[in-house]
Design a protein. Structure first.
Length: 318
């Protein structure tokens, strides 16, 4: 039986660089699964997308599967490349999470063990999952602005490797005194909402920045809907504490406005820096964020999807 032609892209610098020490074991897993693997290592920002363009853009090269090993940023670049292909030509994608946070991998039920994730990536269990676009630029699971959104891509890789999620925490604490209020107008299919906020996030993940922000049954990754979370500007320390408690207990109160919809138009009073999947998303004043339902097929662990989605709990004071 012919081996399945597979493109394997890995980032040797993601996380603590652990993939380099496990590379031979990972390749052995692929060989046992019957994969014919072409291997590419990334060296700089944008490499993974370019590899997809150069290798999958050729009609003569029929890769049946793409597997990437790295953090959410590496996966972000791979998906950007896949979304540039016509839907019928997009091969399914396996993901071996070796970054600092690996938020999207939680939804795919992928273990942190590299070899076990490689077994899933080279397996047969796959499903179609939603992908987002912000002004037609693809992202995997989150786009946002405001307090702390620049922390993930401004924190050095060396600091992430040494401290893990603590690198984000300490960086965030250093910015607490400089939290800026941003006036925002949000339009969805169902309503228009306007207020002052300190953060705005549109997401399709169970965790963001390593923090679980939804209950287990709150998020589906294939329903064509995104969760929007906008944190109103706290007027005093008490309100700030309530906001922190809301995220800790996944019980959103009056300081947090939530949406569940397919498309967002977000306009801020001035241009603000955005992030997409923890990567620099540029400075923007008005964006359109759209859910591309079931756009990319991912290999995943068993029971990666909850059976039914429950609406997020939100209390609005009149």
């Amino acid at each position: 039986m012919a081996r399945e032609k597979t493109l394997f892209i890995y980032n040797p610098n993601s996380g603590t660089g652990a993939i380099k020490n496990k590379l031979s074991q990972v390749i052995e897993v692929f060989m046992r699964a019957g994969l014919d693997v072409n291997i590419f290592a990334t060296g700089k920002h944008g490499d993974a997308t370019q590899i997809i363009h150069s290798r999958l853009g050729k009609k003569s090269t029929r890769f049946r599967r793409v597997i990437c090993a790295g953090g959410d940023g590496t996966l972000h670049e791979v998906v950007q490349g896949l979304m540039d292909l016509p839907p019928e030509l997009r091969p399914p994608c396996g993901y071996i999470p070796v970054g600092t946070m690996n938020d999207f991998s939680n939804g795919l039920k992928l273990p942190r063990n590299i070899v076990k994730s490689a077994e899933i990536a080279s397996g047969r269990v796959s499903s179609l999952f939603d992908i987002g676009t912000m002004d037609d630029e693809p992202f995997v699971y989150v786009a946002g602005f405001g307090a702390f959104t620049a922390v993930s891509y401004d924190t050095s890789q060396q600091a992430k490797n040494l401290m893990g999620w603590l690198a984000y925490f300490f960086r965030g604490i250093s910015e607490l005194g400089a939290i800026k209020s941003i006036h925002v107008r949000v339009e969805t299919e169902d309503e228009t909402w306007e207020d002052d906020v300190i953060i705005g996030i549109v997401t399709n993940a169970k965790t963001v920045g390593g923090q679980k922000i939804f209950r287990k049954t709150d998020v589906r990754l294939d329903d064509g809907l995104f969760e929007g979370i906008f944190v109103k500007t706290p007027k005093n320390p008490i309100e700030l504490n309530r906001i922190l408690g809301s995220f800790i207990f996944s019980d959103f109160g009056p300081q947090i406005k939530t949406f569940l919809c397919k498309k967002f138009t977000i306009e801020t009073s001035e241009p603000v820096p955005y992030t997409m999947d923890g990567e620099n998303g540029g400075i923007r004043k008005r964006v359109e964020i759209t859910n591309r339902q079931q756009a990319v097929r991912f290999f995943h662990g068993q029971d990666a999807e909850p059976k039914k989605k429950k609406p997020m709990k939100t209390i609005e004071k009149r």
